[in-house]
Design a binder for this molecule. Structure first.
Ligand code: TRP
Length: 445
């Protein structure tokens, strides 16, 4: 059974795909990964991965999704792929649980910060106060859990009603607003005393910092931020019409996504140096630096509220896409109704998210390789599952899938095969699998 759900307009396709890509990955994860991995060198590696791996693998997912019009598992069945390739859909479903687990906790923190911004961070006067605010939030049991569950409820409410209208319309309206606000914050940051130091940190690569670990993190970040490697884009492309231009959509998504990440860097690092914060602070980076910015701005409370509300929306358009993979699979393969599927999956995610949230407090003693549960799920999904998924996807589309299907899907309707098509095929056959494999070998061993 192929689904007859489709995105209504071309703008809707872009809004939904960019909505999936742009989220906490850009504004929360990118700055802290970049900060912890040497700044400019990380950014350079990141941009390289977006171009040589990201765009081709996005195209691979788009081709599979649109050619079949089905969910992740259904797609491989319809293409009569050998059993082995079905592994991709299982990895995707596992990744969906992992990502939702930690992502919704961070989204929950954002909701708390909407409130905290409104009240001027409880009159916090110094950096030490702001550190303490963050630690007391994450270390608490009920407060972050409450927000996380609240966020999940909104997410599942939207999902249970079907993605098309709610999410498409909301993204159309609010994503452009996020861009405008980010631009205002960039300007503000550029006027700070630490601006030149911050920009130098972000933009000037120190090649001695390009270690295998940094490469692995940059690759993981590229996959995570582009929402690629686990079937989200297969599922979304199954809702594309025949006329949607895949390569153009892929490049536009990658471009806008990278732009937002770089903007986040321009906001955070100058502020970091101006307020004497450590760029390598990890997941708490943004939550400690942004409030300093708001407190230093006239009308900071309003800016703060606006910012975290938009970040909340950006997170929602991303989690909806991660959720949709599993819901489409439960509906399509297991014939479970959309509502029931939402409840079933929701319970699983709520448990995972609770464990992640508590891993900053009562469960902080549970560590694997020095990582608490939250960091473990983040590492496993971004740095392992997504790149493995991306590698399998590129091998499948590059070597196994019928070449005529690939050419037809990548060529805009009524055109001759454009020159970029062989380039993408070449990357899928050779560059992507070899590069991903090589980075794994050196980064993990
Ligand atoms: N890309 C989103 C972000 O940056 C997160 C996300 C949405 C995602 N869908 C995904 C990550 C699929 C990996 C895979 O916030």
């Amino acid at each position: 059974m192929s689904s007859n759900k489709k995105f209504a307009t071309r703008f809707g396709v872009i809004a939904a795909t960019v909505g999936s890509a742009v989220g906490l990955g850009n504004i929360w994860r990118f700055p802290y990964e970049c900060g912890a991995n040497g700044g400019g060198a990380f950014l350079l590696a990141y941009i390289m991965f977006v171009i040589v791996l990201g765009i081709p693998v996005i195209c691979a997912e788009f081709v599979i999704g649109r050619a079949t019009g089905m969910n992740v598992a259904g797609a491989f069945r319809k293409l009569k792929a050998a059993k082995f390739w079905h592994l991709i859909s299982w990895l995707g479903i596992l990744a969906s649980f992992f990502i939702m687990g930690f992502y919704s906790v961070v989204a929950g923190w954002c909701v708390d910060y909407i409130w905290q911004s409104a009240t001027g961070f409880g009159q916090a006067a110094s950096q030490t106060d702001l550190h303490a605010q963050f630690d007391s939030l994450t270390g608490d049991a009920w407060r972050p859990l409450g927000w996380t569950f609240g966020f999940l409820l909104v997410n599942f409410f939207v999902i249970s009603r079907g993605v098309e209208k709610g999410i498409e319309r909301m993204s159309n309206l609010l994503m452009p607003m996020l861009f405008v606000i980010m631009a205002a914050f960039c300007l503000n940051s550029l006027l700070m005393p630490g601006a030149s130091q911050g920009l130098e940190f972000l933009l000037k690569p120190d090649f001695s910092k390009l270690t295998p670990d940094v490469l692995l993190s940059a690759m993981g970040q590229a996959f995570f931020s582009l929402s690629v490697g686990m079937g989200v884009l297969i599922t979304y492309a199954s809702y594309f019409k025949d006329g949607t231009r895949l390569v153009k959509t892929a490049s536009l998504t990658a471009g806008l996504d990278t732009l937002v990440a770089v903007m986040a860097g321009i906001v955070i690092f100058p502020a970091c140096f101006s307020f004497g914060q450590e760029p390598a602070a990890g997941p708490k980076l943004v939550f400690e630096v942004l409030p300093s910015i708001f407190m230093s701005m006239p009308g900071g409370r309003i800016w703060g509220v606006l910012f975290f509300v938009l970040l909340f929306v950006a997170s929602l358009t991303s989690t909806v896409s991660v959720t949709e993979v599993v819901i489409a699979w439960l509906e399509g393969e297991w014939k479970i109704s959309r509502k029931k599927a939402t409840v079933l999956y929701g319970i699983g995610v709520a448990v995972t998210a609770a464990l992640c949230s508590l891993s900053f407090g009562v469960l902080s003693g549970w560590t694997v390789f020095g990582r608490n549960f939250f960091n473990l799920l983040d590492f496993l999904s971004s740095n392992i599952l997504l790149p493995v998924g991306g590698m399998l996807l590129s091998v499948f589309v590059g070597w196994v899938l019928d070449r005529s299907v690939l050419r037809r899907e990548l060529t805009p309707e009524g055109h001759r095969v454009p020159a970029y098509v062989p380039l993408i095929i070449f990357s899928l056959k050779f560059i992507a699998p070899v590069a991903i494999m090589a980075i794994f070998v050196v980064g993990i061993l």
